[in-house]
Write a protein that binds this ligand. Structure first.
Ligand SMILES: O=C(O)C1=C[C@@H](OP(=O)(O)O)[C@@H](O)[C@H](O)C1
Ligand SMILES: C=C(OP(=O)(O)O)C(=O)O
Length: 473
């Protein structure tokens, strides 16, 4: 168990080794949700085992899905009920994917489904989604507050049709409506009505996941999606490793002049974490994606942990051929990491780790396009400003991001605000600031329960980190 106050290790020299990261949170939770709507069983290989995935599993079980897991947790079989079950209570924890993706599915159950979550989840944006559901004829009792707790009053069917949603606070409003839409009577034509739309790759992930399950999704123009009503195919999928969970390990190489290698890196992916390659290269690291391994068979991207295994996903209409590769990042010599001007609008979840790295760089950085991070697990812009300043950093919040300039940093006890990515950011900072302590680091279990063990083993020089199955817990 990770201690409440974690003395995160400082680097003893260049951090070097090979890391195995667990399955993608965003893909795992999309596949779990779709399994509840499918026409038959779904088999998942390499799914994430973590608090957010557990919460999604709990949610679909409350809706009547039967779950079987192999003893090593490597394979899960999810069998949907004939009709989604009402009367359940869904715990969203602090998981945006549960809070946003499950209510439109609950509307298809034949009665009330209650939703609540962590205290911090009550301040996460949800109103535009509840309003869109109301326009689609779904009754939600939220006592006029438009926040958790609320009850979706399912009637067994949703009419569907056309609806607008302002998703400038979270792309998850769009994903949520699209994921349930094949089971709406008329399908759905969804229009984003706001100025800016964050996290587009995550919406593309939703579209690809639906198409993989045989659902027809058209994108007639920018900011408009059409989902045709129809069957969602139960299928067999291998979940890609979580590339955003890989980010702090790659950052460790960049910050210390070390070399970190991660296998099973999908050569084509919708995951935000893939942008780390470009970000690290801009900051002066060497980034190499070794010749891809061709995998044939049913797959969602990377199969097998490590180097490009294979797998099969039916992808309904035929199987796909996927490629994975080995990613190696080598940091510049100490003192030569460059700051950067980065628009992170599409990949906001990378911000905490990138901000930590920017604070260790030799020149200033500007991170922009991320005003919506004020509604993430915590107000991430405020949290990063406050914690970097606690170490003596030179950081100011802008309207839509952070300006970070180099300064000498001193050890302090860092707070993490129940935010897994603040723990990862603190770990990166501690590499260069011996004596740094991290308060509440256990919150990293949201997406990476074994983070502290894998991190410590890499930083203190054990080299290769935990094997696949191990890294999942
Ligand atoms: O759909 C998803 O799986 C996610 C979408 C993004 O949310 P926002 O659009 O709210 O930033 C991302 O930051 C989050 O970590 C996961
Ligand atoms: C914003 C995040 O999570 P969530 O899915 O809870 O929105 C995140 O993981 O960075």
């Amino acid at each position: 168990m990770i201690p409440v106050v974690w003395s995160a290790p400082a680097a003893r020299g260049p951090v070097t080794g090979t890391v195995v990261v667990p399955g993608s949170k965003s893909l795992t939770n999309r596949h779990l949700l779709l399994a509840s709507l499918a026409d038959g069983p779904t088999t998942l290989h390499g799914a994430l085992v973590s608090r957010d995935a557990d919460l999604m599993l709990g949610a679909i079980q409350a809706l009547g899905v039967a779950v079987e897991r192999t003893p090593d947790d490597a394979t899960w079989v999810l069998t949907p009920p004939t009709a989604l079950r009402a009367g359940g209570r869904i715990d969203c924890g602090l998981a945006g994917t549960v809070l946003r993706f499950v209510p439109p599915v609950a509307a298809l159950a034949g009665g009330p489904v209650e939703f609540d979550g962590d205290a911090a989840a009550r301040t996460r944006p949800i109103a535009p989604l509840l309003t869109a559901l109301a326009e689609l004829g779904v009754e939600v009792d939220h006592g006029g507050r438009h926040t958790l707790p609320f009850t979706v009053l399912g009637t067994g069917s949703v009419r569907g049709g056309e609806v607008g949603v302002d998703a400038s606070a979270s792309s998850q409003f769009v994903s949520a409506l699209l994921l349930a839409a094949p089971r709406f009577e008329q399908g759905l034509t969804l229009r984003h009505t706001g100025e800016r739309l964050p996290s587009l790759p995550h919406i593309e992930m939703t579209v690809q996941t639906l198409r993989g399950a045989g659902v027809q999704v058209d994108t007639p123009s920018r900011g408009v999606w059409h989902v045709s009503p129809g069957l969602v195919s139960g299928r067999e999928v291998t979940v890609e490793p979580d590339l955003s969970s890989a980010a702090p390990f790659l950052a460790a190489a960049a910050a210390t002049g070390g070399t970190v290698t991660i296998g099973g890196w999908p050569t084509s992916t919708t995951q935000a974490g893939d942008r780390m390659r470009e970000i690290l290269s801009t900051m002066g690291a060497q980034v190499e994606l070794a010749p891809p391994v061709l995998n044939t068979g049913p797959n969602d991207g990377a199969t097998g942990r490590g180097h490009g295994g294979t797998g099969t996903h039916n992808g309904s209409p035929g199987s796909e051929t996927t490629k994975t590769a080995v990613l190696t990042v080598t940091g510049p010599p100490p003192g030569q990491l460059r700051g950067a001007d980065l628009d992170l609008h599409d990949v906001g979840e990378l911000t905490p780790v990138v901000a930590a790295l920017a604070a260790l760089a030799a020149t200033p950085s500007r991170l922009s396009g991320i005003a919506h991070l004020r509604g993430h697990e915590t107000d991430r812009l405020a949290a990063l400003e406050s914690e970097l300043c606690r170490l003596g950093g030179d950081v100011t919040q802008t309207e839509d991001g952070l300006d970070i300039s180099p300064t000498r940093l001193f050890p302090a006890q860092l707070q993490t605000y129940e935010d897994h990515r603040m723990v990862m950011a603190a770990a990166v900072l501690a590499l260069a600031v011996p004596g740094t302590e991290v308060l509440g680091a256990g919150t990293v279990a949201k997406t990476f329960p074994s983070f502290e063990r894998v991190w410590t083993s890499l930083v203190l020089g054990a080299g290769a980190t935990a094997p696949a199955g191990d890294a999942l817990r």
